[in-house]
Design a protein around this ligand. Structure first.
Ligand code: AMP
Ligand code: MG
Length: 490
């Protein structure tokens, strides 16, 4: 374990012209809100050193750690469908890269560390609520088994930040496989800088998909690899009922990790139209839209790669178009694999897609909690339908479906108990429920009390093991919580 970051900064070294060097703002009174000790160890860092005053000064941006090359990355992006040629890190700084104990390269980034040349009219700051929300939800996604950026530390700054009122300032230290986005490619493609797009693609391949290095057409292979990573990612979101809320192309990673937990939320009842973000008025990023949007975003990446895929433009369009269209099949395959496990099926049969859709159809409009419905399905696998039926306002569609499901289960040899246990390993009992997240953030931002945040974080560390006494964390929001609205928490 090391007392300092052992930086090895390939982005800064190899991609000059793709960023602007920058410095974090100095803040008056840094205070540690949360430190992810497990992740620190994974990064070969000594958590006690990170939690000391020196460590906190680094997380606040007040001290630049030795070997860092702080920079703001350039990127563009389609935001709600409209292209913005220049976005970039307006409130984030990449400190550098470290190699973790598994040999994987990870970015260390400060988010909320002050203005950069990409800040436009913004102040470059972040506030306690959104910082802790990203901390909680990204860590929850990780324990749920979904690829995601991670949270290493959150500090408050002692500063007041002007939003809808004055709010306490904070900085998040984020860890990612990289911060390369679809929008990074768009930035250079939109300027007609094909050589730069090629340089970026070569860098991305070497960093994330090195097996493509000597493929016949590495750039087409790259597009397909990103497609598969994103298809798997979105399937994971759909399985747990996650709504990202702002799937702009600048928020879609090349690595296939979930990034930017702004207005995200989890669905309560199963509703494809579910939208939580106050700015998503048209429902572009609704729960059920996410696979389609991911394919659309992939199309935007494909456009940037056309000149690299083939010198003959028509042929490039054909090849890239086929790769993008294949997203649907790949997504469906990942989705169905996961749904089989959620429904207790171990082998695959032709009727499974219909069976999976049938369960969702039986939930729709029945006011049943999505997460609990899957969890109660393991009781049904043990032979007791009552807990699941009790969740549904009208169980008749479920009863019909359950007959088909039991027939299908009879094709497999697992005992009810073994099947139920396998289901409980993929259907979480604890997710970051919107009302619990909100409660934790409100208390933290208001009275600076971190107890609800810490308890929730701890509960979410083991999302699949039901524990006595934690009913408040598995129960749906009380009716008084009302319809959840999130704000693009900047
Ligand atoms: P996001 O909503 O985090 O995906 O950010 C979209 C774009 O807005 C990025 O270019 C951010 O850097 C920029 N941005 C968001 N909030 C701020 C802020 N407070 N100050 C400066 N730039 C910001
Ligand atoms: Mg973003």
């Amino acid at each position: 374990m090391s007392a300092r970051f052992e930086f090895d900064n390939t982005y800064a070294r190899e991609l000059e012209g793709f960023y602007v060097p920058s410095q974090a703002a100095v803040v008056p009174q840094p205070k540690l809100l949360s430190l992810n000790r497990g992740l620190a160890e994974e990064l070969c860092l000594d958590p006690d050193v990170l939690g000391s005053d020196r460590g906190v000064a680094v997380f606040a941006g007040n001290e630049s750690p030795a070997g860092a090359s702080p920079l703001a990355q350039a990127y563009a992006g389609h935001q709600f469908g409209g292209f913005v040629p220049r976005l970039g890190d307006g409130r984030a700084l990449l400190l550098g890269e470290v190699i973790d104990r598994n040999g994987k390269r990870r970015d260390i980034q400060l988010k909320g560390s002050g203005r950069t040349p990409f800040s436009r009219g913004g102040d470059g700051k972040a506030t306690v609520g959104p910082v802790l929300r990203e901390f909680l939800v990204s860590e929850a996604m990780h324990t749920l088994g979904i690829p995601t950026t991670r949270a290493l530390a959150a500090v408050s700054t002692g500063e007041q930040v002007l939003r809808e009122g004055l709010l306490p300032g904070a900085v998040l230290t984020r860890v990612a496989a990289s911060h390369l986005r679809v929008g990074t490619f768009q930035f250079f493609a939109a300027r007609g800088e094909t050589d730069k797009v090629k340089q970026l693609a070569d860098y991305s391949i070497a960093r994330h998909y090195p097996e493509l290095g000597d493929a016949d057409n590495p750039y087409l292979g790259f597009l397909a690899a990103v497609r598969d990573a994103q298809a798997a990612l979105i399937a994971g979101w759909m399985h747990v009922g996650f709504v990202h809320g702002v799937m702009n192309t600048d928020n879609m990673t090349i690595s296939g990790e979930t990034i930017d937990y702004g207005p995200c939320a989890f669905i309560d009842t199963y509703e494809p139209e579910a939208v939580f973000s106050s700015i998503d008025r048209g429902g572009r990023y609704a729960y059920g839209q996410q696979p389609l949007i991911a394919r659309w975003n992939l199309g935007r990446l494909a456009e940037t790669l056309l000149p690299l895929i083939d010198a003959d433009e028509a042929r490039a369009i054909q090849l890239a178009g086929d790769a993008v269209n294949d997203f649907v099949d790949h997504y469906l395959a990942y989705w169905l694999d996961g749904m089989r496990a959620k429904l207790g099926l171990a082998v695959s049969e032709d009727e499974d897609l219909e069976l999976a859709n049938g369960f969702l159809a039986a939930l729709e409009g029945q006011n049943a909690d999505y997460t609990l419905a899957f969890r109660r399905l393991s009781d049904a696998a043990r032979g007791d339908d009552a807990p699941l039926r009790a969740l549904l306002s009208d169980a008749s569609a479920y009863d019909l479906w359950a007959d088909r499901w039991r027939k299908r289960l009879s094709h497999e040899s697992a005992s009810g108990e073994a099947r139920a246990q396998a289901m409980d390993r993929v259907n979480p009992i604890y997710i970051p429920r919107n009302h619990k997240v909100e409660e934790a953030l409100t208390v933290a931002a208001g009275s600076q009390l971190l107890d609800p945040f810490e308890t929730l974080l701890e509960v979410l560390e083991n999302p699949f093991d039901e524990k006595e006494g934690l009913e408040a964390y598995s129960s749906p929001a009380p009716a008084s919580f009302g319809r959840y609205r999130t704000f693009c928490g900047t």
